[in-house]
Design a protein around this ligand. Structure first.
Ligand code: PLP
Ligand code: COI
Length: 362
């Protein structure tokens, strides 16, 4: 069924940042610290469906203290980037995949599915008004964060009948303070991120809340991210707190964990496609921690990297666990890792032809 086009009501922000203020932020955006002048908001109710689409000044959201999200965490979100090309135009990368994933997350959280056309239109609306916030320095972008939560004030435990969808934008440089330098990661053996039949494959706040003590442990150990194992046997790799993981073998195999409790990464799917295009044997299968440890010891595993929208592709030099360490913190970035990174970012920034049709102009 075709969706009715939405007519957005636009309220410009009277307190929008000045060009000077904005330029100062864009010169060194960091990650997730600064926000553009506007946000998009669409309401949903069980009776009225999607309605009241608005572009309004960025600012606090008033919530009833009984709003269901505050109690039962009924929430889903997405993360994608808008890239400025050399000619000034602004593009997103596989945004419809984010829209579809948000629908899958919403289904798991018993929330309404935002039509993908509305998802894409919401991004266009934000860029139409805040396009000047898309930075142009190398490797910078505007991180877009669509999210949706249960707004209904009701303390009974059931799917909410009132939900709001928003999009905010945040200018972004590298996610890790070390940039693309190889990172060390911490193996969590005390905590799982997601369980069998749980919400691990959905992009929902609860998964991140569940990862935070383990992430804090990682920081205490001097590591940038935490790696989780499967919650049933505590043996198979899952993913990092906020990114997927890929192992590269000496013979050219590119291997990534398959699991129904991890997020289906869009960066991962794209990187695997680029590797396949180059003739690599790409395997999505269970990978045990022993396979990683033995593979590095024997020299069969030669590179490991993390990938995700925020992380792009970040080399992993070392895995630290309570009773063993794999790899060397000073190891240089792997060759395939960095060459896939260049190819991916060259496509995203329009420096290479978009042969898979992954870019959409905003
Ligand atoms: N896994 C988790 C837990 C994430 O938060 C992310 C980031 O969104 C990813 C994987 C990578 O997904 P994507 O490449 O779609 O950003
Ligand atoms: C993303 O990469 O979009 C994420 O949501 C991960 C988070 C670490 C920022």
């Amino acid at each position: 069924m075709a969706t009715q086009p939405l007519q957005f009501a636009v309220t410009p922000n009277p307190n929008a940042k000045s060009t000077e203020e904005r330029d100062a932020i864009l010169a060194d955006p960091g990650f997730g610290k600064h926000f553009t002048d506007h946000m998009v908001d669409i309401c949903w109710s069980a009776r009225g469906g999607w309605h009241r689409p608005r572009v309004q000044p960025y600012g606090p959201i008033a919530l009833d203290p009984a709003a269901a999200v505050l109690h039962y965490a009924q929430e889903v979100f997405e993360g994608l980037k808008a890239y400025r090309h050399e000619d000034g135009s602004i593009w997103t990368f596989r945004a419809e995949q984010n829209g579809l994933r948000m629908q899958r997350s919403a289904r798991r959280l018993a929330m309404p599915e935002l039509p993908v056309e509305y998802f894409l239109e919401s991004l266009r609306q934000l860029i139409a008004i805040d396009g000047d916030w898309v930075p142009s320095a190398p490797e910078t972008s505007l991180y877009l964060r669509p999210f949706m939560f249960a707004k209904e004030a009701f303390l009974g435990v059931r799917p909410a009948e009132k939900v709001n969808y928003y999009v905010i934008g945040s200018p972004a440089g590298a996610y890790f303070p070390s940039g693309v330098a190889p990172v060390s990661i911490w193996l969590s053996t005390s905590y799982s991120r997601a369980g069998k039949g749980g919400t691990g494959a959905a992009k929902t706040g609860g998964n991140y809340a569940a990862s935070l003590v383990a992430q804090a442990e990682a920081y205490e150990q001097g590591c940038a991210q935490v790696l989780f194992l499967d919650s049933v046997e505590g043996k198979y790799l899952e993913e990092l707190g906020g990114m997927n993981v890929v192992l590269v073998y000496k013979d050219g195999r590119v291997v990534t964990p398959a699991s129904d409790s991890i997020l289906e990464g869009i960066t991962l799917a794209s990187v695997l496609q680029l590797a396949r295009d180059r003739g690599h044997d790409v395997q999505e299968r269970r990978v045990s921690i022993d396979e990683w440890r033995d593979g590095v010891a024997s020299g069969d595993i030669v590179e490991v990297f993390a990938c995700g929208t925020a992380a792009v592709i970040t080399p992993i030099a070392q895995l630290k666990a309570a009773d063993f360490t794999i790899g060397d913190a000073d190891a240089p970035a792997g060759e395939l890792t960095m060459s896939l990174r260049s190819e991916l970012t060259d496509i995203q920034y329009g420096r290479l032809p978009d042969r898979h049709g992954w870019l959409t102009r905003l």
